[in-house]
Write a protein that binds this ligand. Structure first.
Ligand SMILES: O=C(O)CCC(=O)C(=O)O
Ligand SMILES: [Fe+2]
Length: 292
């Protein structure tokens, strides 16, 4: 499909050239990508995660009371790449998402990595999240700084304004410090299942208020620079015995690959026994006695 402007957020098809998606993303801070995932992929993920969703407690206690309000009336399934092989192989390393990471994060690191992969099933009655920038988790990084994160919310059911579709504030990635959103500036990322709203870590957004009747299931998937601490501990979420069964590209994105900045005059991050953990996984570690 050709790009369509609606409010001030553009919509593209997943077959659009990555450059066109990137342009829309850089212009507005967010873009809706239709049909990023096929119906079969959505159905496979929904089936694989169902037991975890059923087991999730929507009243779970969070680490911090502030987060309690933010994530109220929501079933959470975190560490999704360790729980759904279809998610790990078809979504986490989706070529379009990785192409966007190459452009947005690539210039500021030797390799980017998964930040978090978290299913959010927001239930009827869930209130609006407070507006925020996802990059706030790294607020000790001095300003100005390069873009730290590429984020997305992927719809696993149809998203509507009524069931709490993610609200984005177009252009907010360029706002000066101290400029905050007004409610009338929000655009609802209404989209069919399998589509995604992709946004920059610097763009303001929120989960919308759920005034519908059916759970709103989506995946919050984001990537960050390979040298930053990730929000989710992906080595524990997807431990070596699980990661070892995934393709190498998935292992790399999960953060098992060394961040090698030697060519840029830097050094290594994330090595083990002076080796690259991806090579150890490829050699059968920890199932075998290890490499040599
Ligand atoms: O679920 C949504 O629509 C947005 C979630 C979000 O922004 C977050 O959890 O940081
Ligand atoms: Fe967010």
């Amino acid at each position: 499909m050709s790009p369509v402007r609606e409010g001030r957020i553009q919509r593209v098809g997943a077959d659009a050239p990555a450059g066109q998606v990137l342009e829309a993303l850089q212009e507005d801070g967010a873009v809706i990508v239709h049909d990023l995932l096929s119906g079969d992929v959505v159905a496979a993920i929904n089936g694989e995660v169902q037991p975890f969703v059923d087991a999730a407690d929507p009243d779970m206690r969070h680490l911090n009371p502030g987060v309690q309000l933010f994530h109220a009336q929501t079933r959470h399934v975190s560490g999704l790449a360790g729980k759904s092989a279809t998610f790990a192989t078809e979504v986490m390393v989706h070529p379009l998402l990785l192409a966007l990471c190459d452009s947005i994060l690539g210039p500021s690191c030797a390799r980017y990595q998964l930040n978090l992969a978290h299913l959010l099933e927001r239930l009827p009655g869930a209130g609006a999240q407070f507006w925020h920038q996802d990059e706030i988790v790294w607020n000790l990084v001095p300003e100005p700084h390069p873009e730290l994160q590429l984020a997305s919310v992927i719809a696993l059911v149809d998203f509507s304004a009524e069931n709490g579709a993610t609200r984005v504030f177009p252009g907010s990635h360029r706002w000066e410090a101290g400029r905050y959103p007004r409610d009338d500036e929000a655009v609802a990322a209404e989209m069919p299942a399998g589509s995604a709203v992709v946004y920059l870590g610097s763009a303001f957004h929120r989960g919308g208020p759920h005034v519908g009747t059916e759970p709103r299931r989506g995946v919050h998937l984001s990537y960050t620079l390979g040298w930053l601490r990730t929000e989710e501990n992906n080595y524990l979420a997807v431990p070596p015995e699980v990661a070892g069964r995934l393709p190498r590209e998935c292992q790399e994105v999960l953060g098992y690959a060394v961040h090698d900045a030697i060519e840029r005059g830097g050094g290594y991050l994330g090595m083990l026994d002076l080796r690259d953990p991806v090579e150890l996984l490829q050699a059968g570690w920890p199932g075998s006695a290890g490499a040599d």
